[in-house]
Design a protein. Structure first.
Length: 73
């Protein structure tokens, strides 16, 4: 028989770790828009344009998304 199991989503992890990682990940793309210079901490990250930081933020964001979805028994 097929059992119906419910899925859960860990909102606390996504909000506390995932959203800041997504913000750091998207900052280089925001620099090409008029909104880019008005975002908090944007000038510091845009001046550096550190690809290691954006790559790490992308990996962290992907890991958080994958681990925040769980199947309950």
């Amino acid at each position: 028989m097929i059992e119906r199991k419910s899925w859960t989503f860990d909102w606390v992890t996504v909000i506390s770790i995932g959203i800041p990682a997504l913000y750091i990940l998207l900052l280089p793309y925001f620099s090409y828009t008029s909104l880019g210079m008005y975002l908090p901490f944007a000038r510091n990250f845009i001046i550096l344009e550190n690809t290691i930081m954006t790559t790490t933020a992308g990996i962290v964001f992907g890991y958080v998304l994958l681990t925040s979805i769980e199947l309950l028994n």
